[in-house]
Design a protein around this ligand. Sequence first.
Ligand code: MSP
Length: 593
Amino acid sequence: MLRISALRLLGRRGASRVSLSEDFSLRHYSSGPLGVRGDTHDSRAYFTTPIFYVNAAPHIGHLYSALLADALCRHHRLRVPSDAATGFSTGTDEHGLKIQQAAAAAGLAPSELCDRVSAQFQQLFREADVSSTDFIRTTEARHRIAVQHFWRVLKARGLLYKGLYEGWYCASDECFLPEAKVTRQPGPSGDLCPVSLESGHPVSWTKEENYIFRLSQFREPLQQWLRGDPQAITPEPFHHTVLQWLEEELPDLSVSRRSSHLHWGIPVPGDDSQTIYVWLDALVNYLTVIGYPNAEFQSWWPTTSHIIGKDILKFHAIYWPALLLGAGMSPPHRIYVHSHWTVCGQKMSKSLGNVVDPRTCLDRYTVDGFRYFLLRQGVPSWDCDYYDEKVVKLLDSELADALGGLLNRCTANRINPSGIYPAFCTACFPSEPGSAGPSGRAQAEDYALVSAVATLPEQVADHYDNFQIYKALEAVSSCVRQTNGFVQRHAPWKLNWESPVDAPWLGTVLHVALECLRVFGTLLQPVTPSLADRLLSRLGVSSTERSLGELHFLSRFYGHPSPFEGRRLGPETGILFPRLDQSRSWLVKAHKT
Ligand code: MSP
């Protein structure tokens, strides 16, 4: 596992072992979930994506990481609408051997490569409506200051010493590997070459004197942290995996490289002959963005949640919390872990030529459509497979037919000629099913619908807390289906506005369906922001009425006045989400090949 088998330590050892009861207390750590429905308790939250390597253009896996963080962050904003309550950073990881080598291979100066690819990430995230409040580049001065300060703190606390590192290094993964994690594979010339067992990337033998971090002292504090907060790493299987890793001894960690070998990075303070290890550099970005080392950073730490892919779990769940504890700080609030996208059953890779370009996808399926697809189909606990037909099928059935159809059915001129939110008739749909008088028209399934939609925001919030955004979307989609069933059952197109018997019930059916749509629109904002905006605008919902605290679903049913009854609907804006299977020529081509 994490053992660097060939590590030989020349430096002076023997700083006393660490326990949580002394210096590295988790006293600032709060483990409770964020308050639901707009309460201000525990209200601040900062979300981070991993920072992305700039050795190659972004692909859909990177976009997925960013969208998960964006959806969590936007959902938090729905709970706590104040701008000051939520922060969200993303950025690019620009130092290290991997970037140094990629620049050399492209015949570019490293800074040129960084500028070029970082701009691609920024553009992609802008286009994909990723609502980050900061974009960090590790080549920025503010970051160098933060990393060097962090280094000095570790040094002052006796946690860094000089030692000889001898072992395997994988530049692609920027990590050290024990012999057990290295295998041999035929290289381009047919000779057997050493590669990482996990990633298949080439490794090389390294022997040099470096600065070493006393990681081995942190095994017990890390175990205590994880045992004391079972949700620290979510979903649970990843939490379990880390605890299992911690069953084994934790070797100390080399945290610098010789500058003659790695010049593209941040120099070790006071020792220009060494460059800081890129993972230490990269992880500190999470502090840089909240203002570290200035005291202001404390208002966001440790209420910060990291969203990461499973391949970088060890760095975030072992190295990072250990470094933080070493610097006298708490581990992050949450580490949310997701799995990977494969393409037609294969790992996505440049060498296989199957990398899916996210910008083409945003173009083809629209920004909202592709965001919805990735977040609806991506399941954090296991890998998901990507292929075009799957996107079309999902978007046509859930966004175009079910949601778009429902909106159209309830707002179309022929069914709602006055263009208003009709009144809800309590005699037609009394809150007690058994109390219906002669005008009672609601059936048992209608009560089931009301109760499903009434509890939907809470359910969705729970799914967000558990990092199961796909389940939140599944729950919304199931309620959309139920609402379509409700409309179908009562066939408002067969009811007559002119009839004194039909009219109150017709208004009630439309009122209930519009109220359901208002809930769906509100809850879809984190995933499909512009589609949700169009939907809510069509319903006449103002921008101050779109938070969870303002939802008040079907208030007339619950005996309260409704601010929507009698309100004019917003202007007609056309089809909510056009079907893809008829409109896309590229799809016809894809079917034929
Ligand atoms: N630079 C490091 C992260 C440093 S964070 C302090 C890094 N960069 S990366 O560009 O390789 O990966 C960034 C994110 O993209 C990771 O969360 C990774 O898991 C994710 N993905 C990369 N390929 C992916 C898929 N095929 N599918 C889903 N996510 C994937 O690691």
